[in-house]
Write a protein that binds this ligand. Structure first.
Ligand code: PLP
Ligand code: COI
Length: 355
């Protein structure tokens, strides 16, 4: 996967911030490593590949990303292996999805060698920033945004591709109280729900704030037409255990096709669990919660990893779910996933990319 004929110019910092960082207190995405990878797209090609000290970038206030939202991103994690090496988990899947998002947002493809080699070089220069405690990792954030300084509504001709890295612990630290959303919509058919594009997150902020006022930690989005089917959560896909079977909404145009979701589907099958990918009715989840046959519910994503759902709110009712200590399926799968990512068991699927 590593290509060595790319020229990446390196300008390294003269004053590392590494010793100032408290690695036992790492709120998600607030502390950035010493460097970043940057590339520019102009005249139809990617140029100016660089590792630079992390810091502000000068830009026109007219850039079209700010006005019309041509911006996409990815989220992936690098883990410290027992032998000290660093491995990125399933980065090829993030690369694929990045370009699916790019296509939908009329942005140029980032070639695999630039995406991968940019990440590899960044990790190499900031290797000492990769945490080594369990539950911690180096979160990588590739982002591409439109940089034409022009106010006409059209696809930009120029872009920047940047990779940031931030050492981090778990995004959520407790079981979540989630609200099944029946008023607002995250995505609709023909829209951009399957793309990891900035506006999807911007439009979620208001409904999320409303839910927070009602005491919820997160939203479960439902389909835009009838609010009848469960889709996904704010920053993760969803899984339920109903009658001993794992059930997860099938992905499509309105749901982000999560790498963690895909990984867990494969692991669950290997571990002998039955797993169904299909439309999941809100009514089915609520009825199972009422009957006590909804024994587990959890959100799965790169930042979220496997986050337990403790209670589900729907139409003024709150359904409290089985205590996490009884959730053998999701807890077992989460352990297997972590063991692979941290290199504690053989990587039979070839998911760990050692950089
Ligand atoms: N859905 C949304 C909206 C997300 O932001 C994320 C996070 O990336 C996911 C699902 C989970 O995807 P992945 O497992 O690839 O991180
Ligand atoms: C991720 O899991 O990588 C995400 O993108 C979630 C993020 C929006 C916090």
């Amino acid at each position: 996967m590593v290509i060595d004929n790319l020229t990446i110019k390196k300008t390294l910092t003269t004053s590392s911030r590494l010793t100032e960082v408290n690695f036992t207190d790492l709120p998600f995405g607030k502390v950035f490593t010493d460097h970043m990878f940057v590339a520019d797209y102009e005249n139809g090609q990617w140029t100016n590949l660089q590792i630079l000290p992390y810091g502000p970038m000068e830009m026109s206030p007219a850039i079209s990303a700010l006005h019309y939202g041509q911006a996409i991103f990815e989220g992936m994690k690098a883990y410290r292996l027992p032998n000290g090496e660093v491995s990125v988990f399933r980065g090829d899947k993030n690369f694929e999805r990045f370009n699916i998002s790019a296509d939908r947002m009329s942005m140029p493809v980032v070639p695999e060698e630039i995406f991968m080699q940019g990440i590899a070089e960044l990790i190499n220069v900031d290797k000492n920033w990769v945490p080594n405690q369990e539950g911690y990792s180096l979160y990588l954030r590739p982002v591409m945004f439109a940089t034409d300084a022009a106010l006409g509504v059209k696809a930009s001709d120029t872009y920047k591709f940047v990779v940031l890295a931030t050492p981090t612990g778990p995004y959520y630290t407790k079981a979540l109280k989630v609200k099944i959303e029946t008023r607002y919509t995250r995505a609709s058919e023909g829209g951009v729900g399957y793309a990891k594009t900035a506006g999807n997150y911007a439009s979620s902020l208001y409904p999320f704030a409303q839910a927070q006022k009602e005491g919820f930690d997160q939203i479960i989005w439902t389909d835009s037409k009838e609010h009848k089917y469960v889709e996904e959560s704010g920053a993760a896909n969803l899984m339920f255990v109903i009658d001993g079977k794992i059930v997860t909404p099938a992905t499509g145009e309105t749901i982000l096709n999560g790498v963690t979701r895909n990984t867990i589907i494969i692991l669950a099958k290997q571990m002998g669990y039955e797993i169904e990918e299909r439309r999941v009715e809100v009514a089915e989840v609520v009825a199972a919660a009422q009957k006590g046959t909804l024994t587990e519910a959890f959100a799965v994503g790169t930042a979220a990893t496997v986050t337990q759902i403790g209670a589900i709110g729907y139409q003024d009712q709150l359904y409290t779910l089985t205590d996490v200590s009884h959730r053998t399926i999701s807890v077992g799968i989460a352990k297997r996933l972590n063991d692979i990512r941290y290199g504690l068991v053989p990587d039979e699927m070839g998911w760990n990319w050692v950089v």
